[in-house]
Every structure is written in C-alpha cells, then in structure tokens.
Design a protein. Structure first.
Length: 204
C-alpha cells in the first residue's frame, strides 16, 4: 500500500483519483504514526521549496519518514516539489532538504529559451537512461505534463534515469536504491501517469 503523505502541498485529490482508476491500494496519511502501516510512500508537491519543507517538518513526518525509508528501506517517490525535497537543498530557498539523494535543486537556465521562458509548462517527451524502472511500458515520446522553474541537479549522473529538453538537457527523474523522484506531474499525465504510479506500486 502507498501512503500519500499529506503536508498541505500537492494535487492530492487528483492523485487519489488516478490511484482509484488504476486500482492502486493507497491511504492518505496526516499522522506520522500511521506511516509504519504502508510499504511505500508518495511525497506530492505544488509550490515553493521552503514552505513545502517547512510544512513537512511541522507535521512531524521527517523523522518517521527517515526511519521508514532510510532505516527500513521502504520505497518513496517524490513528485515535482516533492522530488526537490529529496535533495540536500535548493536555490529556491534556504532550508535543508531531506538529503536522501545527493545534489541541489537549481533554477532552469534561461539562456536559449524562447518566450515565455519560465515556468516550463506543458507536455514534453522524456528520454530515459539506464534501468529507469518507473518507465516500463510507457510511451516516453508522448511524455508527461511539466510545471516548474527549478530542476534537481543530482550529484551522481548515474542516479538520473530520465531527462527532458527545455533550452538545455535537464534531469527530470532520479532513482537511488529505494528512493525515486519525478519532476513532472503524473497525476496530470493521463495514462502515462497512471502507468508510472502502477509501476511504482509494483516495484519489488
């Protein structure tokens, strides 16, 4: 079962709707004591880095998630700003991130972008690299829906499993052991997004 971590950020209703459509077992968790009942976690995210990280901390979730994900090796997936929380920090704010994957969130360089420049908004194809376990059976040319001005600059290139072209070639999906992150919004990406969530739910 996937626990959707509710810390006041993200398209939770849309995520739960697509989970129901794809018959993915899930629960909405607001109390850190409820995390232990799940075997994997979803960190949604819409908004800026510092307020999102601050909300996650205020819920008391950080220590509990560290225990379940880092201590017990349970799987976690971050979406958009939820992916940014996995980093060590962000140029968008001053608070430290969870630090589950080494790297920093940086603003998309505007050189080479046509107006309107930022945010990067709309559908884009992605190019996968390596195993890319989340992308099995997905039409990557059709792509996913993006809405962001920052990207996760992973310290280890081997942990980048997908990239997108937007003025530059930017990382848009990361994977390190049991921790995953995607820059795009699967809940807004129709069947591709549903398949990605189903892949996450089915990872051994």
């Amino acid at each position: 079962m996937i626990a959707i971590v509710d810390y006041g950020s993200g398209n939770i209703a849309a995520i739960m709707n697509i989970f129901r459509q794809w018959k993915i077992a899930h629960s909405l968790v607001r109390d850190p004591r409820e995390l232990a009942a799940a075997d994997r976690y979803l960190l949604p995210g819409v908004g800026a880095f510092d307020p999102t990280m601050d909300n996650l901390t205020k819920t008391g979730m950080v220590d509990a998630l560290n225990e379940e994900v880092l201590g017990k090796g349970k799987k976690a997936l971050g979406i958009c700003v939820g992916m940014h929380l996995l980093a060590e920090g962000s140029e968008e704010g001053i608070l430290p991130g969870l630090g589950w994957i080494k790297g920093k969130v940086r603003r998309i360089p505007e050189e080479g972008l046509e107006k309107p420049r930022l945010p990067h908004m709309g559908w884009n194809a992605v190019q996968t690299e390596g195993a890319a376990n989340l992308f099995r059976g997905i039409d990557t040319e059709r792509g996913f829906y993006f809405l962001h001005s920052y990207f996760f600059d992973a310290a280890e290139s081997a942990e980048v499993v997908a990239r997108v072209e937007y003025g530059a070639t930017l990382p848009c999906a990361i994977e390190r052991a049991n921790v995953f992150g995607v820059q795009f919004h699967p809940e807004k990406s129709h069947s591709n997004g549903g398949k990605l969530f189903a892949n996450f739910a089915g990872l051994a």
